[in-house]
Design a binder for this molecule. Structure first.
Ligand code: HAM
Length: 424
């Protein structure tokens, strides 16, 4: 039986027609991140499994259910990264980047892997744009990254968005709150799904991550961490709100926003867009002041967010930069040689130019140029070659002009700038 090979469920090809949009979105992100002082960092896709078990959290859904983990040939447990934050923290410690005078602000683009049930907006291989800031504990930086996220989404022409914020406390106030939460959740245990019944004992904060309708309803009756913050966490949160007002950013308090990952302290946030349907988080993040220390590094706080590119691109109203391309049509060996030389020179001047190697007549080549949607065709038949000229044909208007071969590049440069009149 003949089998057809297809992409793995939950993964997708990004075809050339879409890739332009991805490049444009990435260019906008890059430009903004660089302007805000971030620099690119690239880390491996595979990491030791314990990096995520320890950082993301051993009782989180990501670690218990969603990781792509395998043993390599040396018997070591390897995981395809499900998120990026642990990797960047590891890299900072490993390369002692905190000893350098440069800003500890990083950005990153790349694929992540989570074995969840695929649905609209949820993939098993998806792409995140991620930013992280280290060593800044002032809540003004929490607001600054949200201001940057807001500006970024504006630049990507995403208007339909809402910022949700919460605080998940710190190692001083959270244990007290968790004890109380566990007590209250015990009373409602019979109303919870089996996973959540286990969570009550193991990690009750994760009760708020559950998507089961019965659990979501029951969770409404559970105590909110925001009502149990210590005075330092309360002050941090109040100051964050003050800075958000300073930037004129509107937001909604979401006391159940605990974000599914164990490392968060204090600020957590998401920007959602109702236009996305069930998977409506465009980006999510928060503060993680103890992760670096947990990994055996120095006591340096961190905060960041990651944005899902697939989700962003379903809403972004950006238009890829217009391409200007040139087709070279030739006839016979001599003309082919001249066209190849011209094509090479055009490419070196930044023109997207090409010719095809099939044995076709000039008319047929013009037909191809038309189909390919190029801006100009250079026609170099036997007559033209004998006269040392080439015809430049502007495909949109059909206008055509013979110009000396050595002037072709200069003339195309003028035409590329969009000057209407054909140069004399
Ligand atoms: P996260 O909320 O798990 O956070 O993911 C961030 C974003 O990635 C989500 O808001 C969503 O847009 C996208 N995303 C997540 N899972 C999927 C999926 N299966 N398919 C498509 N898109 C998805 C983190 O990953 C944290 N590391 C963020 C962070 C950075 N916190 C601090 N620094």
């Amino acid at each position: 039986m003949k089998t057809t090979l297809t992409a793995i469920k939950g993964t997708k090809d990004i075809l050339p027609s879409e890739a332009r949009l991805w490049q444009k979105a990435e260019a906008v992100c890059r430009e903004i991140f660089e302007a805000y002082g971030y620099r690119e960092i690239r880390t491996p896709i595979i990491e030791p499994t314990e990096l995520f078990v320890k950082g993301t959290g051993e009782t989180t859904d990501i670690v218990t259910k969603e990781m792509y983990t395998f043993k390599d040939k040396g018997g070591r447990s390897i995981t395809l990264r499900p998120e990026y934050t642990p990797s960047v923290v590891r890299a900072i410690i490993e390369h002692r980047l905190y000893l350098q005078p440069s800003l500890l602000r990083f950005y990153y683009f790349g694929p992540m892997f989570r074995h969840d049930r695929p649905q609209k907006g949820r993939y098993r291989q998806f792409h995140q744009v991620d930013i992280e800031v280290f060593g800044e504990s002032d809540p003004a930086v929490d607001a600054e990254i949200l201001e940057m996220a807001d500006y970024l989404l504006d630049r990507l022409q995403i208007k339909d968005k809402e910022l949700l914020i919460n605080s998940v406390g710190c190692p001083i106030c959270r244990p007290r709150y968790l004890t109380f939460l566990r007590q209250e959740a015990e009373k409602l245990k019979s109303c919870l799904c089996l996973d959540c019944q286990r969570r009550v004992e193991l990690n009750p904060l994760r009760l708020f991550d559950c998507k089961e309708p019965v659990c979501q309803e029951t969770n409404q009756a559970l105590p909110k961490i925001m009502d149990h913050l210590c005075s330092d966490c309360q002050t941090h949160f109040d100051d964050l709100r003050r800075w958000l007002d300073f930037y004129g950013l509107s937001y909604r308090l979401e006391p159940r926003l605990v974000r599914g990952l164990d490392y968060y302290t204090r600020t957590t946030f998401e920007i959602i867009s109702p236009g996305l349907g069930a998977q409506k988080a465009l980006l999510g993040g928060g503060r993680y002041d103890h992760l670096m220390k947990l990994y055996g590094g120095p006591d340096i706080c961190g905060i960041g967010f990651a944005m899902g590119l697939e989700r962003v691109l379903t809403l972004a109203k950006i238009i890829p930069d217009e391409e200007k391309s040139i087709y070279l049509a030739y006839l016979g060996e001599k003309s082919k040689e001249r066209c190849l030389r011209l094509c090479r020179d055009l490419r070196r001047q930044g023109f997207s130019s090409f010719l095809e190697y099939k044995d076709r007549g000039l008319k047929e080549q013009l037909g191809r140029a038309n189909k390919l949607g190029v801006n100009w065709t250079i026609i170099l038949g036997e007559d033209e070659l004998a006269k040392g000229v080439g015809q430049i044909k502007e495909m949109a208007s059909g206008a055509q002009k013979a110009v000396p071969l050595e002037q072709i590049i200069a003339i195309l440069k003028i035409l590329k700038r969009g000057e209407k009149n054909w140069p004399k």
